[in-house]
Design a protein around this ligand. Structure first.
Ligand SMILES: Cc1cc2nc3c(=O)[nH]c(=O)nc-3n(C[C@H](O)[C@H](O)[C@H](O)COP(=O)(O)OP(=O)(O)OC[C@H]3O[C@@H](n4cnc5c(N)ncnc54)[C@H](O)[C@@H]3O)c2cc1C
Length: 479
């Protein structure tokens, strides 16, 4: 605490700030709180609903609605156990939305709005800000700040499809606010948001077509992508991979999309077109060029490992940097940016994005960390892999739900675990064990010899590790 205080200016007028943060989402709040805890006088300027993407239109609303839809699906699937049959139904979509909104509002209040008054050296203004020499401009008013952190997030990327400007397409934000449940929906883009929302709507009873240019979750292992596409198709989702989008139109309450795929040209029609083709950093209107803040090739703000931009008084964190677009990485990066911004002389914190776990809240969930086989090969590593179907994991056998697999990537020369990729029911709960194993530089032999509790999903990691040199189907229980 005292270290940073030394670095804050003692010669401010009462209206000047040590730090101005632009953006009041996860990164903005994390930066402001960190700087404030260390004695800085901070101004946060937020545009739009306080709290930003995650709590309002991202993680929280999507995950609660995914869970709601899962209850319908799992009740239907209960008949896989003899003697049980349940016929669930969605009785009132608007109630689902209302309950989701109440949760969002509760968490927004608990994690954002009500926090501000508890930090006496953080001021908050609701407006659009841009960076100017020596501070920021808010509604034409110059506010002096020694340092600035840009944390303006990202928004839905809309691909350039002929006719799209005349189509009332949905984004993830508006899809989660629909007052009426549509009967049909075309989803463009099968990254994690597209996969999660396509499955959620399908389980709520919407006829969904999920389209993508290559395959589902293009960054993931091919075995996992293929398995997930199969599970989606089993649930009735029309998955079309390798599609290009020729043209779209809207008339008579329907959207039509002409696509080209291996089957030739096809016209799809639905009540709604949901565009989930990625996210683009929010950098326009911030005055970046005038102030010497450069962008990356991916459209995000260019930062070094200290999260300093090409202007030494300005730092950036979160989605606006165009990488690791997860809320935990936004909050993590923002703390580092705040420490470095306030205490450049004494702090030397660097951003480590080398081991970032990622989860897709599909069902089964996809969870991964570390290198894929393709990345390891590209790096010239002598790669060994093991792929374990969940039909070999007692937890899933007992649950009569063996949808999924675990793929481990190791360095053949050292036997060190370098990547873990899972598609499994509640697979998200396993991934942190793999993060720690990779971080601890464990070998697959060590992982295979560790004690794991019986009938847990995470025991699958042990079995997958043993699979490098054994046929686990020939082992007795827990051996
Ligand atoms: C549908 C969906 C689901 C997601 N699910 C997950 C998940 O399950 N787990 C996960 O880790 N991540 C998830 N994410 C990603 C996560 O929400 C983001 O990575 C995270 O919220 C980014 O935080 P941020 O602070 O960088 O940006 P934001 O939270 O977007 O905050 C930026 C804020 O800055 C404001 N702003 C923009 N320009 C200005 C300006 N000029 N002046 C003032 N304010 C401005 C914006 O309006 C916004 O409020 C999801 C995202 C989406 C869209």
């Amino acid at each position: 605490m005292s270290e940073i205080k030394q670095c804050c200016s003692e010669n401010h007028s009462k209206d000047d700030y040590d730090l101005a943060v632009i953006g009041a989402g996860s990164a903005g709040f994390s930066a402001a709180i960190k700087a404030s805890e260390n004695g800085a006088k901070v101004l946060v300027v937020g545009y739009g609903t306080i709290g930003g993407t995650c709590v309002n239109v991202g993680c929280v609303p999507s995950k609660t609605m995914i869970r709601a839809a899962e209850t319908l699906h799992h009740a239907k699937e209960a008949s896989r156990f003899s003697g049980i049959s349940i016929s669930p139904r969605l009785t009132d979509w608007s109630e689902v939305i209302k309950q989701k909104d109440a949760l969002v509002s509760e968490l927004r209040n608990a994690k954002y709005t009500s926090l501000i008054p508890t930090y006496e050296n953080i001021d908050y203004r609701e407006s659009k800000a841009r960076v100017v020499d020596g501070g920021i401009d808010v509604d034409g008013e110059f506010i002096k700040a020694d340092k600035i952190i840009i944390a303006t997030g990202s928004s839905a990327y809309i691909p350039n499809i002929k006719g799209i400007e005349d189509v009332p397409y949905l984004t993830s934000t508006t899809a989660l606010e629909l007052e009426t449940l549509p009967t049909s929906m075309i989803v463009i883009g099968a990254g994690y948001i597209g996969c999660e929302l396509a499955q959620m709507f399908a389980r709520m009873g919407v006829s969904v077509t999920l389209l993508c240019r290559r395959h589902l979750l293009p960054e993931t292992e091919p075995e996992i992508s293929e398995a997930l596409a199969g599970f989606f198709r089993d649930e009735g989702i029309n998955v079309i991979e390798g599609a290009t989008y020729e043209e779209t139109q809207y008339s008579g309450g329907k959207t039509r999309l002409v696509i080209s795929s291996k089957d030739g040209l096809e016209t799809l029609e639905a009540d709604h077109l949901l565009v989930t083709a990625g996210r683009k950093p929010n950098t326009t209107g911030l005055g970046l060029e005038e102030i010497g803040v450069e962008l990356n090739g991916n459209g995000g703000i260019k930062v070094d490992s200290h999260l300093q931009t090409t202007n030494p008084n300005i730092y950036a964190a979160g989605d606006v940097t165009g990488r690791d677009m997860f809320v935990y990485m936004a909050a993590y990066g923002a703390k580092i940016a705040a420490e470095n911004a306030m205490n450049g002389c004494c702090s030397n914190k660097t951003y480590d994005g080398s081991l970032v776990p990622a989860v897709v809240f599909s069902d089964p969930q996809v969870a991964s960390v570390g290198m894929t086989e393709a990345i390891a090969n590209a790096q010239g590593i002598n790669v060994a892999t093991s792929v374990l179907p969940l039909s070999a994991v007692p937890r899933y056998i007992a649950a009569r739900d063996t949808r999924g697999l675990i793929k481990l990537i190791a360095d053949k020369d050292t036997d060190q675990l370098i990547g873990t990729h899972i598609v499994a029911p509640e697979g998200s709960d396993m991934i942190q064990t793999a993060v720690m194993a990779i971080k601890a530089k464990m070998t697959t032999e060590e992982l295979g010899e560790m004690i794991f509790p019986y009938l847990t999903g995470v025991e699958g990691l042990k079995l997958a590790a043993q699979t490098f040199n054994k046929d686990v189907s020939k082992l007795s229980c827990c051996a």
